[in-house]
Design a protein around this ligand. Structure first.
Ligand code: SF4
Length: 361
């Protein structure tokens, strides 16, 4: 794009953003902390889902100190069902570091902020540009889609080798006089106009600058690598009843779904019957001898890089004391107490099947 065109592009995009941007709660009274929380949530979750989580989160943790002092488990509970829980763990850890090393405020300095847990290029660029006016281009999935169509970029959007290409294009476009608004406008354009399918080109404020639109090739961009088949795992879990209580265990704090609660269980081995896998996993994880008394339900769940199919069995406690091997904590709870703990989404698919379950009794 030539300089004159670029200036026109910036003006059109910002004029559109000033008038047509969505009314989102983090745009009301922006401050670095709120911008950070919103961007962390928005990194892997849709805006409509984020809004109520964000509102509850900043009401409960209105500042960095409150967040740093809150127990991790409570924060995971406020994050429940939004997924990608490492975001919540890192937010909490980073808040602690901000209190200990930065007097409880977000530093107005890209390298210092980026040194915090969970703060990568995207979060650092977004917070520094939106909250402090740094001239740093933000590149997220929406921005990549817009750029790939504007310039008909052949580089695949889902490969790390293309990162430099998109960053360079985004940096060239960036309006240095309003970097925060410009970055948000690019993301907004991707989210509301330049949609993955059926982009609304007839209403697009920058359509005259768009090569893909000019060549009627919007659907050819963005380019993606051919997807690898996502692996699928067969899991067996046991709801172990002991009287009117059932056993839940807490995952260790690092790794996938770290710090959340679940029913004991694990992968079914090749050739193994799921109920045998359930019994074996329970022995290995919590050292209990149980009878598998019935099949409760099957639930499927997809994560970003794999899928699971879960067979859920009712089990009756026979003998043994809980000795944890893997999980870091356990509780014997009533069915009605599941709301007191943070569970992964897949467990919420299981809970409705437990209410009237009498298979173990
Ligand atoms: S004209 Fe269409 S394809 Fe091009 S940026 Fe706008 S919405 Fe996207």
């Amino acid at each position: 794009m030539r300089t004159k065109e670029r200036l026109h592009f910036r003006r059109r995009l910002l004029e559109w953003y000033d008038v047509d941007r969505r009314d989102l709660p983090w745009r009301h009274a922006p401050d670095p902390y709120r911008t950070w929380v919103a961007e962390v949530m928005l990194q892997q979750t849709q805006v409509a889902t984020v809004v109520p989580y964000y509102q509850r989160f900043v009401a409960r943790y209105p500042d960095i100190l409150t967040l740093a002092r809150a127990p991790l488990e409570e924060i995971l509970k406020s994050w429940e069902n939004m997924g990608y829980y490492s975001r919540a763990r890192n937010l909490h850890k980073a808040a602690g570091q901000l209190v200990s090393d930065f007097e409880g405020v977000i530093p107005n300095d890209y390298p210092s902020f980026k040194s915090l847990p969970g703060v990568g290029d995207y979060i650092a660029a977004a917070v520094m540009s939106i909250a402090f006016g740094h001239t740093i281009a933000v590149v997220d999935g929406n921005v990549k889609r817009v750029i790939s169509r504007l310039f008909m970029v052949d580089a695949p959007v889902d490969h790390s080798s293309s990162a430099k290409t998109f960053k360079k294009r985004a940096t060239e476009l960036l309006d240095a006089s309003r970097p925060g608004d410009f970055n948000q406008a690019m993301m907004e354009l991707g989210a509301t106009m330049c949609k993955p399918r059926n982009p609304l080109c007839h209403n697009c404020p920058v359509r005259e600058h768009c090569l893909a639109q000019r060549n009627s090739r919007q659907t050819d961009f963005p380019v993606r690598r051919r997807k690898k088949k996502i692996p699928e795992y067969h899991i067996a879990v046991g709801v172990i009843y002991h009287g009117d209580r059932m056993l839940i265990t807490r995952r260790k704090e690092d790794g996938l779904l770290g710090g959340l609660w679940e029913f004991p269980g694990g992968k079914v081995r090749d050739g193994e019957a799921p109920e045998d896998a359930c019994k074996r996993e329970i022995e290995e994880e919590v050292n209990l001898d149980v009878d598998v008394t019935g099949f409760i339900t099957h639930v499927d769940h997809a994560y970003s890089h794999f899928k699971i199919g879960v067979d859920v069995f009712a089990c009756r406690y026979r003998a043994g004391n809980v000795v944890l091997n893997g999980p870091i904590d356990h509780r014997w709870i009533l069915v009605d107490q599941t709301g007191d703990y943070a569970f992964p989404a897949v467990n919420h698919k299981i809970f409705p099947h437990l209410k009237n379950n009498d298979k173990a009794k």
